[in-house]
Ligand binder design. Structure first.
Ligand SMILES: Cc1ncc(COP(=O)(O)O)c(C=O)c1O
Length: 407
């Protein structure tokens, strides 16, 4: 008997199918959890209370705005006027005059042409790269880029070339050797775990030489880097360049929630038309839009906030160096203390917390293997007495955690 193509394929699938497993369907789930635990990578939630007796060096509230009454009142007013949610996709009922105002103010603040807001920074990265990517566009991406960029590259269905962290020569080679007519270079401006700055001017020069777009994620630079915190693209003199696309989050220095893509008008139009994370997602909640808009007003009126956050970051980096842990030169508010083994990092973070200092703890896949770290984040309003307490606690915690290490 001769089988038709489809029938033959179905038959061969049945012939090679794995035997059905009659065990508890949660067995595999439990095994996966056990593996996480074994590797020191288990994660858990720690619901915090509204008021905590700890010094916060873990959040991304770099300017201390999330509890600022000007921000919370704006959020409440926006919710009262527009509702608890935005009621639909931005393309149906989820676009309000408030969203439009936020987009105008945000684009103007960072010096870009147009902006469109998303319900998170994660979705903004997915939206930007899926809009401009595709099978005919090679994406050249820094090895230490944020997970949202990595996921966006995959969803864009583009050929991807990952280059060693901040290696401009490797970007040159990647662009020269690409097999597609188009290309995009994508980088964090300030890297979310390393805290260092991407070589934006060099990357832009290369992108322009090869006719590529440069996508810059300003999640950690907006509000902290450059004059009044206008961001790293602005500080590098690249604001408004038509071949530069900025993505931002509203959830860090702006003390709100949400994200945005800021770019040339045609890029924004394509994003609105093509980005599934924009089209098939409920629009940014009005409270978040109102809070972000108010935060932009505060940052503009108080340009010293950005500089204050950077000064605290510099002091924290010196402190980390004094403990013997490796760190980087902080470009914004993120200061890592590299400890290597994830168990040592977890133990050190817990010792800090027990002593009243909340620090972040980054382990794979947030960082490469062997690069587990404490992640300290500067806050513009950290007081001297808080800093002194942190200094005592951090040194002791790192020392004790290393002593607990099996290595
Ligand atoms: C570099 C970077 N990009 C994007 C995001 C995602 O932003 P959001 O938390 O608003 O989704 C983050 C958040 O941690 C980040 O660090």
């Amino acid at each position: 008997m001769v089988l038709s193509g489809d029938a033959a394929q179905a038959r061969s699938r049945t012939d090679t199918a794995l035997p059905l497993c009659a065990t508890d369907p949660l067995t595999r789930v439990r095994e996966a959890l056990d593996a996480q635990e074994r590797d020191g990578l288990h994660r858990w939630l720690r619901p915090r209370s509204a008021v905590e007796p700890v010094i916060d060096l873990a959040s991304n509230d770099y300017l201390g705005l999330t509890r600022d009454p000007r921000i919370t009142e704006a959020a409440a007013a926006a919710a009262r006027q527009w509702g608890g949610g935005s009621t639909g996709s931005r393309l149906v009922t989820g676009s309000t005059a408030l969203h439009a105002e936020l987009e105008t103010v945000l684009a103007f603040f960072v010096g870009g042409a147009n902006a469109t807001v998303f319900s998170s920074g994660y979705l903004a990265n997915i939206g930007a790269l899926t809009a401009v990517g595709g099978a005919d566009v090679t994406i050249v991406s820094d090895a230490n880029n944020h997970a949202s960029i990595i996921d966006a590259c995959r969803l864009a269905r583009s050929p991807i070339i990952v280059y060693p962290h901040r290696d401009v020569q490797a970007v040159d080679a990647a662009l020269a050797s690409r097999r597609t007519p188009h290309a995009v270079v994508v980088t964090d401006a300030v890297f979310s775990a390393d805290g260092d700055l991407a070589p934006l001017a060099e990357l832009h020069a290369l992108a322009r030489q090869y006719g590529a777009l440069l996508v810059v994620d300003e999640a950690h630079s907006l509000g902290v880097v450059g004059t009044s915190g206008r961001g790293a693209v602005h500080a590098a003199g690249l604001a408004g360049e038509p071949d530069v696309i900025q993505t931002v989050t509203l959830s860090k220095s702006l003390g709100a929630q949400g994200g945005a893509v800021i770019a040339a008008p045609e890029v924004i139009e394509l994003t609105i038309n093509k980005a599934r994370s924009f089209i098939f997602d409920t629009g940014l909640a009005p409270a978040a839009a109102g809070a972000a808009l108010a935060a932009l007003g505060v940052i503009k009126a108080e340009p010293h906030l950005a500089a204050a956050a950077r000064t605290v970051a510099e002091r924290l980096a010196q402190l980390v160096r004094s403990t013997g842990a490796e760190t980087t030169q902080p470009a914004a508010a993120v200061v890592p203390a590299f400890l290597g083994d994830p168990r040592v990092a977890v133990a050190a973070a817990q010792l800090c917390l027990d002593a009243g200092v909340h620090v972040g703890c980054f382990r794979p896949p947030s960082v490469p293997r062997g690069r587990s770290c404490l992640r300290l984040t500067a806050r513009a309003n950290l007081t001297d007495s808080e800093f002194n307490h942190v200094a005592t606690v951090l040194s002791e915690a790192i020392l004790r955690a290393k002593g607990l290490s099996p290595a």
